[in-house]
Design a protein around this ligand. Sequence first.
Ligand code: G6P
Ligand code: MG
Length: 225
Amino acid sequence: MNIELEVSMEIAACIFDMDGVIVDTARFHFKAWQRLADSMGIPFTEAQNEQLKGVSRVDSLDRILQWGNLVLGNNKKIELMNLKNKWYLEYVEEVNPSDMLPGVPQFLAELTEKGIKIGLGSSSRNSVLILELLGITSKFDTIIDGTKIHLSKPNPEVFLRGAKELRFEPSACVVFEDAISGVEAARAGGFPCIGVGDSTILSMANAVVPDMQGMSVQRMTEILH
Ligand code: G6P
Ligand code: MG
């Protein structure tokens, strides 16, 4: 049996986080949270932002308020989340297919060609909009986003729902993640996980690549075995 056949039998699907894996929108989330934190006089660093990656909008706000020792009522919190999202939507307005991170279009095309299913596992409630702006919605066999889950990463719900919809066991679905919370979620759900970014930050992943450039079925298989 040749390697490729063995691989496609073993890896049935890939489930992608979106922000920071498929498209460089993580910097816009950072910019919008930073603007919000600034407006409240709360210091907010890039290291703190690492802890927000993959985390839902409401949980992110709660963490920022905690860092600033601020306790606010629900109405005020909703107002702040709406403001953050308004800024975020302004920043992403111009996102287009050329904003896909290098290596992603080729990898998605190869997966489709080889019959490996493609899922999205993102905490973002803006996922559908971003995938539309990138023109890749139809590439996904399932899209699980922040509107469909109850528990934010590091809970594995988003990936478990994806695997269930694709009708595969977690062990047959490789998760691609740039967030600490996302890697934790994948591992907690029993998924093999490729971290995308800094290997010291994403040390819980089974393997880490600096970015998606050159990602292929062969490379994915090699680094996971
Ligand atoms: C992703 C991003 C987070 C973001 C979360 C919610 O997981 O990594 O930075 O806070 O989605 O996004 P949303 O678009 O719903 O505010
Ligand atoms: Mg991400």
